[in-house]
Design a protein around this ligand. Structure first.
Ligand code: ADP
Ligand code: MG
Ligand code: ZN
Length: 491
């Protein structure tokens, strides 16, 4: 079956097949920069984390940051790459004002990691595995800041920040697959601690390559490349736009020109930045200031042994042990901290289903409203477990439970303390409830007669009146039983 793509006519997709490959740059979560001792810090005053090396003073020499190498290897092992025992840095030469050396130290024909794959489930539940070509290490450029007039400024704090570039094979077929790939990659970076992977801070940037070919064809079409997409939503929208544009171009007899494009998110269109350069335009050559990078086998083994439980394994465990749905699992495993919180609620004696409901419902609602992370969340998981226990046992009902939840967040009290303070416990004493039910039914003579004459749908009306008489504190299960008994009694 041909996968549909929202925003593209199905007839177009019957004839044409989109082919997508992604290049993702991720800043590594190191203390210091790639080739010097400057601190890697986002948001510092401009040009305060700089030195002769990252400013390219003559004679300054780079030194490889071992922490960065370890993180690149860690990522490679997490996604099944082969790690090269010997790899090499290379100079990629080009001119731009944010690049003080006039070249970027990158890796070319001997990258640190090769092969591997990123696996994920699509929303519909289909499994997809995207092959990786390579992961190589390089350094980030500085940052240009454009003034209100003609002038621009440059901040070299970012210059020399360690990066990995993760290059995929052209294995994706829809913008939705590209989005799911990015979600899984970002999640893997976060779980392994390789990158903070925060797009708002520019930790993660994506170039999306896209071409079209007649469905059934094995050869690749000419591609365009959208540069520096800085949101996953932008990737999805940009790809959809570009697929439509290329199909329309080919159908009207034109040809796709290999080019670098800029996605304009506000206008919702792509614009040509430059006609595509070839690799040989960069005049790559081995970096003469650095020796080949050696990663001993023992180091690789150590890093492999220290890998945490990875998202795909956690997802499998949640499906097998907790019997949760794919969508719920996606939400609950978004970050390791959220997954840990969820598991701690279960450890507090709550069923996985109830824990999933409360974490996704109440906890994530508050985090979204307050724009907080789970690490900032004021209620410890065992306290939430206590609350869920009170609801589950019928001490309070679900609605009261939600109010108690909000109260706990502001008061810092436990669920039991809030319930006792406000006298919220449900009345489940049947003698007390029986008296209330009797007096309410007694008042409702007319309805009682109609009910007895066969209007059974009035039951809900009786329930409502009794619950109101208990001011919501009657245990609905007990009330229901007593009502049924009374209404259906003879005479
Ligand atoms: P470059 O380094 O010049 O950007 P690469 O050959 O390394 O070029 O490819 C970069 C990315 O483009 C890879 O992710 C690859 O999968 C993807 N790609 C290559 N050819 C195509 C194509 N015809 N259609 C879609 N994606 C492609
Ligand atoms: Mg590229
Ligand atoms: Zn420096």
């Amino acid at each position: 079956m041909i996968p549909g793509i929202p925003g593209i006519e199905p007839q177009k997709l019957e004839k044409w097949e989109p082919v997508i490959g992604l290049e993702v740059h991720a800043q590594l979560a190191t203390q210091t920069k790639m080739f010097c001792g400057c601190r890697r810090e986002y948001g510092a005053a401009p040009n305060t984390h700089v030195c002769p090396v990252c400013l390219a003073y003559p004679g300054a020499l780079p030194v490889i940051n071992e922490e960065a190498v370890n993180l690149a290897v860690r990522l490679g092992l997490a996604v099944g790459c082969a790690v090269r025992p010997f790899s090499r840095f290379a100079r990629k030469n080009y001119f731009y004002p944010d690049l003080p050396k006039g070249y970027q130290i990158s890796q070319f024909d001997e990258p640190i990691c090769e092969g591997g794959h990123i696996d994920f489930y699509l929303d519909g539940g289909d499994f997809k595995s995207v092959r990786l070509t390579r992961i190589h290490m390089e350094e980030d450029a500085g940052k240009l800041i454009h003034g209100s007039g003609e002038e621009s400024y440059v901040d070299f704090n970012r210059s020399g920040t360690p990066l990995v570039e993760i290059v995929s094979e052209p294995d994706m077929r829809t913008p939705q697959e590209a989005k799911a790939y990015l979600d899984r990659l970002k999640q893997t970076l976060i779980y392994t601690g390789v990158s903070e992977a925060d797009m708002e801070k520019g930790n993660l940037r994506c170039d999306a390559n896209i071409s079209i070919r007649p469905r059934g064809s094995e050869t690749l079409g000419t591609r365009t490349e959208m540069k520096n997409l800085n949101s996953f939503r932008g990737v999805e929208r940009g790809l959809t736009y570009e697929i439509n544009r290329q199909i329309d171009l080919l159908e009207s007899g034109g040809a796709v020109l290999q080019a670098s494009l800029q996605w304009d998110d506000a206008a919702g269109v792509t614009r040509v930045m430059r006609i595509k350069e070839e690799a040989n335009d960069y005049r790559y050559f081995p970096e003469p200031d650095l020796v080949p990078l050696m990663v001993p086998a023992e180091r690789i083994d150590e890093i492999r042994a220290a890998l945490p439980e990875l998202p795909s394994a956690i997802e499998k465990r949640y499906a097998d042990e907790y019997d949760l749905k794919v969508q719920d699992i996606h939400v609950l495993t978004r970050t390791p901290q959220l997954a840990q919180f969820f598991e701690a609620v279960i450890a507090g004696g709550v069923s996985p289903q109830l824990a999933a409901q409360w974490v996704q419902g109440e906890v994530l609602r508050v985090l979204n409203e307050e724009r907080q992370e789970i690490a900032d969340f004021a209620m410890p998981p065992d306290r939430l477990a206590g609350l869920i226990g009170l609801v589950d046992s019928g001490t309070i009902n679900r609605n009261t439970g939600k109010a108690v939840f909000d109260d706990m967040l502001s008061s810092g009290l436990s669920a039991r303390e809030v319930v006792d303070r406000d006298g919220l416990a449900q009345v489940s004493d049947s003698d007390e409830l029986r008296l209330i039910v009797r007096s309410v039914v007694h008042e409702m003579e007319v309805e009682l007669a109609r009910y007895k004459a066969g209007e059974k749908q009035l039951f809900g009306h009786f329930m409502g009146s009794v619950m109101a008489a208990t001011r919501g504190k009657g245990d609905p299960r007990v009330v229901r039983g007593i009502l049924q008994e009374l209404l259906n009694a003879d005479g």
